[in-house]
Each structure stands twice: as structure tokens, then as C-alpha cells.
Design a protein around this ligand. Structure first.
Ligand code: ARG
Length: 411
């Protein structure tokens, strides 16, 4: 009988290395690993060789950096998606692309199952599995970390040593780190105690603002229909543009976030994020929207941004509602084109200039100086009508000797 095939989402770390061996034994199956390069710096070296040594029969590695930024991160950017006010959703935006990669690989290989290395208490299991179920409803999904016998990292290391799995067991890394171009997430270790300030070694790509350069740096970003296309007038691909901003933003201590967040499964967790490029671009994009969106659209979009952020966090990227909300977002971006100049300095971003051919800012209407064209008289009737219902209520209350709101009226 033909051996069953399992496609494993592989990072090359301890968990997924042990998983490859464990699955091949447990299911007597052929293992095919697949890895998406979304810009993680670590773990990618010798990955193929490592996978073969651990028992995989094939190892796919795909460079998805541009696809990740242009088809995934740019959507989150146009939407203005920031989870619970702080988190630019780096890990969460990467998961649907990896789910798609797993499904495509499983189809190509005619595999029977897909396995991932997420634990049973995180968000990523939800994002992967909801994504896989949507894209391949017939596919069987395995999550060994939820079921296997190893209770601690040490037990996994013992198993790895017994089975000749090459792992780098230097000193135990205190943090769990997930990295891609849109940002880095760091948890565990001392961070688990909310009393503790983040230790300096938790930060991977940003300078401490206190030690950042003492000369400010200016950066001008050009947007076209909500998408950043150039810096200082020079065009870049999505991945290049984000890498560039991560580098200069990191130098200036931009994009450090220390946050307690609500996970999908109901736990609160403490996480440190570093996302220089995402923080810079989200602020610049927001600034351009302030200039180019009309009042009602701008206000309404704030609610949509929040809804989209929650949906990305909750793993609902491939859902009908997400598609519909993104269609709304895209239609709002038609005139979100122009240039935003920012200054980066010791962890702060200051807006220096905003320009757009579609700017709705009209100096003749806004000015308090000469050349004012605003019709001040129009405000009289406008305010009368806005105030009319409240004036009417108040009169009725007075007639009945009632007080509308004691706190406010105070009588
Ligand atoms: N809390 C973040 C999220 O759910 C990041 C998860 C991965 N974090 C990590 N340190 N491994 O999107």
C-alpha cells in the first residue's frame, strides 16, 4: 500500500524538526516540508539539508517576500488595520499566505494531510486551520503539539538527540520569536510577568530610542491609491520598500510596542512587537487619508479598520465578509495618492509635510487670514437646525418641570 503523504509547515526550529521525525514514525508516512520565506532572518540557513536529515523526502522553500507585502501587508495597510490600538498584525497577516502555501503544496503532491507546529493555546492554530478548512475543506489537519507526549522543551530535546535530529541546543533561548517583514513578535521569558519592563535583549531589530542617533532623519513616502510606491521619489518593490524602512526606522528606535492583548482563545498575553516599517507606513497612510478622504468616509472607515483588524487577528482572512470589507476599503483608496514627509527621531515620528493632487484641504475655506471665502452667515442657519430638536426637547421638559440631565443642566 502506498504510504500516506503529510505536508508539514516547517520552520527548522526545534518543534517542527521534532515533528517531522515524530510524524514519520507515528503515521509511517512520507513527509514533505514546506517553508515560506516572509523575511524571517533566522532559521532559513541550511533549511533544506536540515529537513532531509530529519527524515523529509522533499523540502520546498519559497521566497514569498514580495507576495507577502504586496498581496497581504498592503491590504492591511490600506485598511489601516491595527489590533487593539497597537499591534500592526505582522504574524497574523502572514498566516493566511502560509495556509495557502500549505494547501497548494498538498495539492501538488497529492498529500493526505497537512501538519503545523502551533500550540493549543495560541492564535496561529486558528488562523492556519480556518484558512486550510476554507481553501481545502476535505484536507485532514494534524497539530501534533496539541497531542504529543512531550510536556517540555527538554523532553523534545531528548527525543531529538535520541533520533539524531540536528538541532542547535545552545543555551535555552528565553523568548519565543516570530519574524517577518511586517514585524517581529517576541513573547515568553521575563515578559510573562506584567510587572517587568521589557528587557533590552527582547528587542531584535530596533535601537533603544535613548541610544538612537541624535540627528533626525527625514523620509518622504509616495503613495498611489493607498499603496506606498516610492521613497524620496525612487521606486521600490514592496519587499524592498519595507526592508528599507525597517532598517532606517530601527536605527531611530521607531516601532517598539509593548502590549497586553486579548487572544482568540480568551487568554490575555504579553507581547513585544517591533515593526518600524509598518508603524511608519500606517501613520503616513493615515495622514494622507486625513487629507484626501471626505468627512463621512473617513469617519466610517475608522469602524471598518477596527473590524478588519479583528478579523485578521481572528483568522478570518478568507471569509466573505473580509472580502466585502476590503472591497469597501479599495473603493476608498481611489484618491489616496500623494506624498507624506516624516521626520524620524529617537522613537518618534513627526509629520513634516503632506501633499496630494486630490487634497480636499482648501486654504481659502480654512484660512483665518485674508482671502477667506467661507460663508460665515451660513453657519447661523446650520446651527439653528442642528440645535432644533434639542431646543424642542428642552422646552417640553421645562413645561413639565423636568430636568433633561441633571449632571449637565445642573438645576
Ligand atoms: N500575538 C501575536 C499574534 O497572535 C504573535 C504570535 C506569535 N508570537 C510569537 N512570539 N511567537 O499575532
Amino acid at each position: 500500500m502506498k504510504k500516506k503523504k503529510i505536508v508539514v509547515a516547517y520552520s527548522g526550529g526545534l518543534d517542527t524538526s521534532v515533528m517531522v521525525k515524530w510524524l514519520s514514525q507515528k503515521y509511517d508516512s512520507e513527509i514533505i516540508t514546506v517553508t515560506g520565506n516572509l523575511g524571517q532572518k533566522k532559521d532559513l540557513e541550511n533549511l533544506e539539508e536540515k529537513a532531509f536529515k530529519t527524515g523529509a523526502s522533499k523540502a520546498y522553500i519559497f521566497d514569498l517576500q514580495n507576495e507577502f507585502i504586496e498581496d497581504y501587508a498592503w491590504k492591511a495597510l490600506k485598511a489601516g488595520a491595527i489590533y487593539e490600538g497597537d499591534y500592526p498584525l505582522a504574524t497574523a497577516v502572514g498566516r493566511p499566505l502560509l495556509a495557502k502555501l500549505m494547501v497548494e503544496t498538498a495539492r501538488k503532491e497529492d498529500a493526505d494531510m497537512i501538519a503545523h507546529g502551533c500550540t493549543g493555546k495560541g492564535n496561529d492554530q486558528v488562523r492556519f486551520e480556518v484558512g486550510i478548512k476554507t481553501l481545502a475543506p476535505d484536507m485532514e489537519i494534524l497539530a501534533p503539539l496539541r497531542t504529543w507526549e512531550f510536556k517540555t522543551r527538554e523532553e523534545e530535546i531528548d527525543y531529538a538527540l535520541q533520533n539524531n535530529i540536528s538541532i542547535s541546543i545552545t543555551k535555552q533561548k528565553p523568548y519565543s520569536i516570530d519574524e517577518n517583514l511586517w514585524g517581529i513578535a517576541v513573547e515568553c521569558g521575563e515578559l510573562e510577568d506584567t510587572k517587568n519592563a521589557p528587557p533590552e535583549d527582547a528587542f531584535q531589530i530596533t535601537k533603544n530610542p535613548l541610544e538612537a542617533k541624535s540627528t533626525p532623519e527625514e523620509v518622504t513616502i509616495t503613495f498611489k491609491k493607498g499603496i506606498p510606491i516610492a521613497i524620496e521619489g525612487q521606486k521600490y518593490s514592496g519587499a524592498e520598500l519595507v526592508s528599507f524602512l525597517n532598517a532606517i526606522g530601527g536605527e531611530h528606535g521607531i516601532g517598539r510596542i509593548d502590549m497586553i492583548e486579548n487572544r482568540v482563545v480568551g487568554i490575555k498575553s504579553r507581547e513585544i512587537y517591533e515593526a518600524p516599517a509598518a508603524v511608519i507606513l500606517l501613520q503616513a497612510h493615515h495622514e494622507l487619508e486625513k487629507l484626501t478622504l471626505d468627512k463621512d468616509t473617513f469617519r466610517y472607515k475608522q469602524n471598518v479598520s477596527n473590524q478588519i483588524a479583528n478579523m485578521i487577528y481572528d483568522g478570518l482572512w478568507f471569509s466573505p465578509l473580509f472580502n466585502s470589507l476590503m472591497a469597501f476599503v479599495d473603493s476608498t483608496q481611489e484618491n489616496v495618492s500623494g506624498e507624506i514627509k516624516l521626520q524620524l527621531y529617537k522613537g518618534n515620528i513627526t509629520v513634516l509635510s503632506r501633499t496630494s493632487p486630490f487634497s480636499l484641504y482648501n486654504k481659502e475655506l480654512a484660512t483665518y487670514g485674508a482671502g477667506d471665502t467661507f460663508s460665515h452667515q451660513d453657519s447661523v442657519g446650520f446651527i439653528n437646525l442642528v440645535g432644533l430638536p434639542f431646543k424642542t426637547i428642552s422646552k417640553v421638559m421645562q413645561k413639565n418641570k423636568l430636568v433633561l440631565n441633571e449632571n449637565i443642566v445642573g438645576q
